[in-house]
Design a protein around this ligand. Structure first.
Ligand code: PLP
Ligand code: SF4
Length: 333
């Protein structure tokens, strides 16, 4: 018998799956039985390449060019448009940097840009132009951020965001959590991640171990936009997190042509609840350059939200919000 040697043997499954993510438009379309891009040389990606793991592709419908999961990741020609009112930093992140990688916008909570990359690239991402290289520290250099948090007793919650914080290894995350643990005025650690949905193998034993070890109350906010994203395997991963005592919430971005129907949003709430996830926010799209074709107007959003209230119990209704640079909280619509 020949044993495979080398690093792969010790690399967790989720990291192997991440490394094999599809990054080529032609390849993605081929797998779905769709015709190749008309002009493969002429790519609309503009420095934010296509990226999608196999597991997410497996939930797309073959032969459907309007599949709601495909449309979230496939670069489109419209990304080149830059209508007025769309910016590279739509939510004022640049102004809110309190320490390297640390955003302090709202009372009581800070956001740590922990992950510098994502498992999949959402074409509507409001941080698609974020200067991770300059604004987020390398690997374990959290000292300045931790010092800032320790010096401000009004902070009770740290939000790990990114990029996607769960693209970091569990070793690194465990060290970061231990650092936060030792700051006495902190009460909660919140993780915003698309990984439990995009790559359910990320919900692994080592993740549950360090999350279970911290004295901070853990909250995980997943980002799911369409009920088709939640298949059996994802449901299982989410129920595992819930069973470990982790509070699970979901936030959704309202996306034209993807989830802008009340029936779709209601089905999303129902599906998530079955997996122990409560709805949190329904966000109006942040006006980031390259994503204008996903925008839904505020009045249409309100009408959709009203229809959801006619269809669902109150606890399955997310709060409809938008973010405005410089505001003291997300604004309710
Ligand atoms: C959205 C956001 C938060 C969290 O806001 P909540 O209303 O508590 O979910 C915190 N900090 C920053 C910088 C944010 O953008
Ligand atoms: S997971 Fe979030 S940060 Fe990452 S590309 Fe998608 S929207 Fe952007």
């Amino acid at each position: 018998m020949i044993l495979t040697k080398g690093p792969l043997l010790h690399t967790p499954l989720w990291q192997q799956e991440l490394a094999r993510a599809v990054t080529c438009r032609r390849e993605l379309l081929r797998r779905l039985g769709l015709p190749p891009p008309e002009d493969p040389e002429h790519s609309p990606e503009e420095g934010f390449p296509l990226r999608v793991p196999e597991s997410f592709i497996s939930r797309m419908e073959p032969g459907n060019p309007r599949d709601p999961l495909l449309l979230q990741v496939l670069p489109q020609e419209q990304e080149r448009l830059s209508p007025p009112g769309y910016h590279t930093d739509p939510v004022g992140d640049g102004e809110a940097l309190a320490a390297p990688g640390l955003l302090h916008k709202y009372h009581g909570r800070v956001l740590l840009v922990a992950g510098r990359s994502c498992a999949l690239h959402c074409r509507f991402c409001f941080r698609r132009h974020f200067p991770y290289r300059e604004a987020a520290p390398h690997s374990d250099r959290w000292d300045a951020a931790l010092e800032y948090i320790a010096a401000d007793p009004t902070i009770s919650e740290v939000i790990l965001s990114g990029g996607d914080p769960l693209t970091l290894s569990d070793g690194r995350l465990a060290r970061l959590a231990a650092g936060l643990d030792s700051i006495p005025h902190l009460r909660r650690i919140r993780i915003h991640s698309r990984l439990p949905v995009v790559l359910p193998s990320r919900v692994s034993d080592p993740l549950l171990e360090w999350l279970g070890r911290t004295r901070l109350q853990p909250v995980v906010v997943i980002h799911a936009n369409h009920p088709n994203e939640i298949d059996g395997e994802v449901g299982q991963a989410l129920r595992r997190l819930a069973a470990a005592g982790i509070m699970l919430l979901n936030q959704t971005v309202l996306l034209r042509g993807i989830n802008d129907r009340a029936e779709t949003l209601a089905a999303l709430s129902e599906t998530l609840w079955q997996a122990r996830v409560a709805p949190y926010y329904l966000h109006l799209l942040d006006r980031v350059q390259g994503a204008a074709h996903f925008a839904t107007g505020a009045s249409r959003a309100r009408a959709l939200h009203r229809r959801m209230r006619d269809m669902l119990p109150g606890y399955l209704i997310p709060r409809l919000v938008r973010e405005r640079a410089g505001a003291p909280a997300k604004l309710a619509l």
